[in-house]
Design a protein around this ligand. Structure first.
Ligand code: PRT
Ligand code: ZN
Length: 286
């Protein structure tokens, strides 16, 4: 029988689209008809299960699925013994403590004896005990941000990304309990054939991600500035240099990381580079 991997991803929510896009960008052909519980990829031995995010760690622990994509916040809250095989760079958020904005705050000790509403009782109580602060934790499953307004709690511990939900509910963020992003998790007992498939999948995922954080850059350089310009450009090995019709000039091609991008462009211009073109990379094979 052919070895397959089963991966659980969120059916509908903040991680669904990015999870599915990631698999598709890895060249995995998925026909995700609406309301399907599971689909098989046609060109890779992978079955995809669409589930609620909270259920994914349990399903992966029980080996109903071999792999899963969930927020690290969910994984840690569920306290399952699973491997994080990769951090995926999307679904970024923080689990934070927030209090009514008119209240003064100097340190976590201010929350001693207070009632805190959260959907993350495990993470919150671990954080509070590590800091030696004792609070009354009220577990609620949704709309945590309204708890102080209706008198249910003095503070909340909830996920934040832009901060606008806290702001519109008259709350201010005072401590970050956890920084989270989507992670690829795996059952600890994959067979060696499954491990091999996982390595192939991981290789593709990393190539896709690397491509997103890098740009291909082409520019024209006066030959007498080539050394200085090449020193600015790291490239995957070293820059490619091609002669131009004008014998005093060359064309230089390289790859630069997005987060260093503007800084590098400024230096290149200062060294006399011209006609700078920047092109997105579809896949980057390392
Ligand atoms: O139905 P299912 O159970 O599968 O989904 P869900 O409703 O439990 O989860 P969902 O889709 O809301 O979130 C899935 C995962 O996305 C979370 O576990 C996090 O890992 C990640 N994520 C990233 C977020 C946010 N950002 C986020 N901002 N999850 C929730 N929020 C909520 C937050 O709870 C609050 O209500 O968005 C609001 C705050 O957003 P800002 O932008 O106003 O700060
Ligand atoms: Zn959920």
């Amino acid at each position: 029988m052919q070895t397959t991997l089963k991966i659980a991803i969120q059916k509908s929510g903040r991680l669904s689209e990015s999870s599915l896009t990631l698999l598709k960008e890895c060249g995995i052909d998925i026909d995700n008809g609406l309301n399907k519980l599971k689909v098989e990829a046609s060109n890779f031995p992978l079955e995809i299960f669409f589930l609620r995010d909270d259920d994914i760690p349990q399903y992966v622990e029980d080996k109903v699925a071999d792999l899963g994509i969930v927020g690290e916040n969910v994984l840690l809250e569920k306290e399952k013994s699973l491997d994080i095989v990769d951090r995926l760079g999307f679904g970024k958020c923080r689990l934070s403590l927030a209090i009514p904005k008119e209240q003064a705050y100097s340190s976590l000790k201010d929350l001693n004896g207070k009632r805190i509403a959260t959907s993350y009782p495990v993470l919150l109580s671990q954080y509070m005990s590590a800091q030696n602060v004792s609070t009354e934790i009220h577990e609620i499953s949704g709309s945590v941000e309204i708890a102080p307004g209706i008198g249910l709690a003095d503070a909340v511990c909830d996920l934040v990304s832009s901060g606008s939900t806290l702001f519109t509910n008259g709350l201010k963020e005072v401590e970050v309990v956890l920084r989270s992003e989507a992670v690829l998790i795996a059952n600890k007992t994959l067979s060696s054939e499954q491990q091999e498939l996982l390595s192939k999948l991981l290789f593709r995922m990393r190539s896709v991600r690397k491509a997103k954080t890098n740009k291909y850059i082409l520019l024209n350089a006066p030959n007498d500035r080539l050394d200085a310009i090449c020193a600015i450009l790291p490239g995957m090995k070293s820059p490619t240099i091609l002669p131009l019709a004008d014998e005093n000039w060359s064309s230089v091609h390289s790859v630069v990381e997005e987060n260093k991008f503007w800084e590098i462009i400024e230096k290149l211009k200062a060294e006399g580079a011209q006609g700078i073109l920047v092109v997105p990379i579809e896949k980057m094979i390392l």
